[in-house]
Design a protein around this ligand. Structure first.
Ligand SMILES: O=C(O)C(=O)C[C@]1(C(=O)O)C=C[C@@H](O)C=C1
Length: 361
C-alpha cells in the first residue's frame, strides 16, 4: 500500500508554500510599482496597461508551466496577479455593456482580471463614447457570435470613431432559462437580449411554443425583469441568476453546442507586435466591379491569411459597401506592412482599426 501522508502534515506544507507564494507575489508587485515609476519618469501620462506585454507574459507562463495545473489554469492565475499589479501602478477603468451580470462583463474580467474597475454602460454606442471622451480608458464590446454572426452596431460604430482595437477575448456562451418559478408550466413571457433569443430560437419553439418572447436591452435586464414577476422568465447567463436570485429552470439551452461570442477591446492605444497578432481593417472600394479582387489580391501576394471578412452598407450611397477584414499579423510586420501599402493604392479608403495580440486565455 502506498504511504498515505497525514492531512495535518500536508496542510502544514501548504501553509509554508502559501507563505512563499505570498512573498513572491508581493516582490512582483514591488517590481510593477517600479515599472510605474519608470513609465512616469519617461513622461507616460496615459494608461499603464500594456496588452502586448500581458499577452507575452501569459504565453510564457503557458510554455513554462510544468503541471499538474493545466496551462489555462496557470494563465488564469497569472492573469489575476498581473491585474492586481496593474491596479497598484494605476487603476484602470473599463466600460462594458451593462448592467452587471452580462456576458460582456464576464469578457471584461476574463481579459483584464478582476482588479479592473468595470463601468457598466447601457449601449454599444455609449461604450464608444465613454472611451472617446476619456471617461474610461478602454471599452469591451461584442463583435461576433458563432451562431448569429456579426454585431452590426459595433462594426458600424467604427466607421466614424477614432478608437482602435487593442485586444480580443472569446467567451463560450451558455444560455439558461431563469425565473422565480420551478418549471416550464405557466410561463407567460420570456425576456432576453435579441442575440440571446436568436441563439435559443429552436429551443423556445420546441419547449415554449406560443409563449410571448420580448427582446430587451441586455440579458441582465431580462433577469431583473424576471425577478419582479413570478410568471415571467429570462434567458441569461448563470451570473445573472445569482445576481437576481433566480432559479435555473433549464441549463444550456443554446441551439449550437459551441456557441461562442468574440469581444474586442477598444481604446486609444496601439499595442506593439508580439509575433502572434491580428490586424483589423475597414476598406471601401466604391461601387466598382472587381472590388473584392482588388482587396484580396495584396494579401494573397504576401502570403497573409485572412481570418474574417464582413460587408456592411457604407451609408454613403445605394449599394455602396465597406468591408471589415481581419488578417493574421501586425501592421508593423514586414509582409503585412507591404500588403497594406499595396491595398491602400487599390481602394478608395483604408482605415486600420488596430493590430493587437491574439487572445491567450
Ligand atoms: O511591463 C509592464 O509594462 C507592466 O506594467 C507590468 C505588468 C505586469 O504585471 O507584468 C502590469 C501591467 C501591464 O499591463 C503589463 C505588465
Amino acid at each position: 500500500m502506498t504511504n498515505i501522508i497525514p492531512l495535518s502534515e500536508l496542510r502544514t506544507q501548504i501553509d509554508a508554500i502559501d507563505q512563499q507564494i505570498l512573498q513572491l507575489i508581493n516582490q512582483r508587485a514591488k517590481c510593477a510599482l517600479e515599472v510605474a515609476r519608470t513609465k512616469q519618469a519617461e513622461g507616460e501620462t496615459g494608461s499603464f496597461y500594456r496588452p502586448d506585454r500581458e499577452a507575452q507574459v501569459l504565453r510564457r507562463i503557458k510554455e513554462l508551466n510544468p503541471g499538474p495545473l493545466s496551462d489555462d489554469a496557470a494563465a488564469h492565475l497569472f492573469r489575476e496577479v498581473m491585474s492586481a499589479c496593474l491596479a497598484l501602478e494605476k487603476p484602470l477603468e473599463v466600460a462594458y455593456l451593462g448592467p452587471q451580470g452580462t456576458f460582456t462583463q464576464q469578457a471584461t474580467f476574463k481579459h483584464f482580471g478582476h482588479a479592473v474597475k468595470d463601468v457598466p454602460v447601457p449601449t454599444i454606442h455609449e461604450i464608444f463614447q465613454a472611451v472617446e471622451t476619456g471617461h474610461c480608458q478602454f471599452g469591451v464590446v461584442p463583435v461576433e457570435n458563432s451562431t448569429e454572426g456579426v454585431i452590426a452596431h459595433t462594426l458600424d460604430r467604427f466607421m466614424d470613431s477614432p478608437l482602435k482595437i487593442c485586444g480580443e477575448v472569446e467567451i463560450r456562451v451558455h444560455q439558461n432559462l431563469l425565473g422565480k418559478m420551478d418549471g416550464l408550466i405557466g410561463i407567460s413571457e420570456v425576456f432576453s437580449h435579441q442575440q440571446s433569443l436568436a441563439q435559443c430560437r429552436q429551443w423556445l419553439n420546441t419547449y415554449l411554443p406560443g409563449v410571448t418572447v420580448t427582446a430587451v436591452s441586455s440579458n441582465a435586464e431580462a433577469a431583473r425583469l424576471a425577478s419582479l414577476d413570478h410568471g415571467k422568465a429570462a434567458i441569461a447567463g448563470l451570473v445573472a441568476a445569482e445576481l437576481y436570485d433566480l432559479n435555473i429552470i433549464e441549463k444550456n439551452i443554446e441551439d449550437e453546442a459551441n456557441n461562442t461570442t468574440r469581444f474586442i477591446i477598444i481604446g486609444a492605444q496601439q499595442p506593439a507586435s508580439t509575433g502572434l497578432d491580428k490586424t483589423s481593417i475597414l476598406v471601401s472600394t466604391g461601387n466598382q466591379s472587381g472590388a473584392l479582387h482588388r482587396i484580396l489580391g495584396p494579401f494573397a501576394e504576401y502570403g497573409i491569411s485572412m481570418v474574417h471578412i464582413e460587408s456592411r452598407p457604407s451609408r454613403q450611397g445605394l449599394w455602396d459597401y465597406v468591408f471589415f477584414i481581419d488578417i493574421e499579423g501586425h501592421r508593423d510586420d514586414d509582409a503585412v506592412a507591404k500588403a497594406l501599402k499595396v491595398l491602400q493604392n487599390n481602394v478608395k479608403m483604408l482605415k486600420i482599426l488596430g493590430s493587437y495580440p491574439k487572445a491567450v486565455i
